[in-house]
Design a protein around this ligand. Structure first.
Ligand SMILES: Cc1ncc(COP(=O)(O)O)c(C=O)c1O
Length: 390
């Protein structure tokens, strides 16, 4: 049930004291008038700009969290004085129920980023390298670099897909093979059968290696044959699947994600977790989000509509936007992506950073239709100007 403006103010004033909270909201003018409205409706009405910047840089959900998650957060403050043992257990169980697995198959983390870092720390070593595509989501690469663990980074193929053969060829002797499906930042994806064929090859070529399938953008992916590797991970101890509450569930700022694997694999990962790393408040939002099938469907339909509009608009302007199965698109900008990013920001649009070795591409997240209708003329205007500062 969406919480009303009255209930939002009631809770907020109870939390911080009516005398300070209400004048603060009034002083904020526009923002105050949104207090208590459903975040999705607010986003659709164009109410989420921060300091006038359209944020298309971090593949966040532009529609905000669900109102169920917000209600759960507000209620959970009552137990904020307690360490999050009960909420950890509740979150683990809610995730297990959502996926039809046992609690022992679930590792929770402060974002799925924590589970990626943990897997890298636990399974790579000075003699067991990381295999991760170039480019892919950098978290495991960053962790391995910091720990001075060796890395093999096969380049993506000509269509910007993970080069699965090259990844399998790089796997002998590895500790962890990171498979981002769909891949950030290229937006490409593989059907489950191809992923499982890779798993099979790695298992045979490198029996000690673990394979981590990152499904952060799972709910956005409409590639025929695409599916989750979770069922395979339950019986194959080498396999781990990671998921996040940051994308379709709109909780990037709350920090909740998880991995699903065989119970023995989860046991090997668990000691690397930061104890009490997922707050009770975050867990409440995530638990409420485990039961949001209609919300997820609506979000993915909205994303697809705006994504198609964005692809068409960019392509019609004569620039190549690559097909994508996510909430972001990769555009060939033909110039230094960092310079281009700066030029866009100077005109009020934040887009993604550079992703080496791609040196002429920019990643642009899919916002709301209203955001894209405002942002694209700016972005394309800079591109057409031919100069990054145009
Ligand atoms: C592919 C991929 N995996 C994992 C993450 C990390 O997400 P979080 O730590 O917010 O769960 C991201 C974030 O953008 C991502 O793109």
């Amino acid at each position: 049930m969406p919480h009303s403006r009255r209930s939002f103010l009631g809770t907020a004033t109870a939390l911080v004291g009516g005398a300070t909270m209400i004048p603060m909201l009034q002083a904020r003018g526009m923002e105050a008038s949104w207090a208590g409205t459903d975040p999705l409706e607010r986003a659709l009405a164009g109410g989420f700009d921060v300091n006038g910047i359209i944020r298309l840089n971090s593949n966040e959900n532009p529609y905000g969290p669900s109102s169920k998650a917000i209600d759960a957060v507000l209620k959970s403050f009552d137990a904020a004085n307690r360490y999050p043992r009960d909420s950890d257990a509740a979150l683990r169980s809610a995730i297990a129920k959502r996926h039809g697995v046992k609690d022992e198959n679930v590792l929770i983390g402060a974002g799925s980023g924590e589970t990626l870092r943990i897997a890298t720390e636990a399974f790579t070593s000075a003699t067991a390298h990381l295999v991760a595509a170039a480019p892919t989501f950098e978290n495991p690469i960053t962790a391995a670099t910091r720990l001075q663990r060796p890395i093999k980074a096969p380049k993506v193929d000509a269509q910007f897909r993970l080069d699965l053969d090259a990844m399998a060829a790089a796997s002998p002797g590895s500790g962890l093979v990171f498979v981002c499906n769909p891949n950030n930042p290229t937006g490409t994806a593989y059907p489950l059968s191809d992923v499982l064929a890779l798993v099979d090859k790695v298992n045979r070529a490198s029996p000690g290696a673990r394979i981590l399938i990152d499904e952060a953008y799972f709910e956005y992916c409409d590639l025929p044959g695409y599916d989750t590797a979770i069922p395979a991970a339950l019986s194959n101890k080498s396999l781990i699947v990671s998921r996040t509450f940051s994308k379709i569930f709109g909780l990037a700022g709350m920090r909740a994600g998880y991995a699903i694997a065989h119970a023995d694999t989860i046991k090997a990962l668990e000691p690397w977790r930061m104890a009490n790393g997922v707050s009770a408040i975050t867990a409440a939002a995530a638990v409420a989000s485990c039961d949001l099938d209609d919300h997820v469907k609506r979000q993915s339909v909205l994303n697809r509509e705006v994504r198609e509009f964005t692809l068409k608009t960019v392509n019609a302007a004569g620039f190549k936007a690559h097909p994508t199965y996510t909430n972001f698109i990769l555009v060939e900008v033909g110039r230094d992506p960092n310079e281009f990013q700066k030029a866009c920001l100077a005109k009020g649009v934040a887009i993604g950073r550079a992703f080496p070795p791609l040196d002429k591409h920019a990643r642009i997240s899919v916002g709301t239709m209203d955001e894209m209708q405002r942002a694209l003329p700016i972005v394309l205007g800079i591109l057409k100007g031919g100069r990054a500062d145009g």
